[in-house]
Design a protein around this ligand. Sequence first.
Ligand SMILES: [Zn+2]
Length: 176
Amino acid sequence: MKFYNNTKIPDEILQPLLAKAGRAVHTKTTETIVQVNSARSGSVSGKAYAYWWAKGFRGLPKGKKIKTDGGMFSITLPRFGCTPEDSLRIATRFFNVACHEWVHIRDFQEEKKRPYARVLPWAERGESGRRANWKNRPEEQRAEFACADAKLRGKDENWAYEEIMALAIALDEARK
Ligand SMILES: [Zn+2]
């Protein structure tokens, strides 16, 4: 993982959590750019891009071209939770959103292996020039299914309880 942390939460807390999310959905994480940004609102959101190099993104080192295999994603993290329960909610959501973005990266990596043929179904722009509703897009459905599946398996396997709890505690500390 090419990790860029733009928050006050230590790398040692965020990185293992993000790596575990990638493993949960079977994505090769080594060369992917992951940036974590501080959110002004209380919500966690993510966005994945199918780029093979990145430059000029807010939150990445300025003027530097960074190579990436499998693209990049950014994810936002609120600065603190308002209550201990809220901190836990944010930490859990952070893990879930990370799983979701990793599935997009996995799809990008899959497509990159076969540059001349699309292997997976993707939302196309219709005649109106607009794509299907977010939740009806094949790539979003794949991500949601893969995360739900990982969650089911996670019940008996090694889910990220410890890592999520470590983040929840750090978010709760940040409030005080
Ligand atoms: Zn998505």
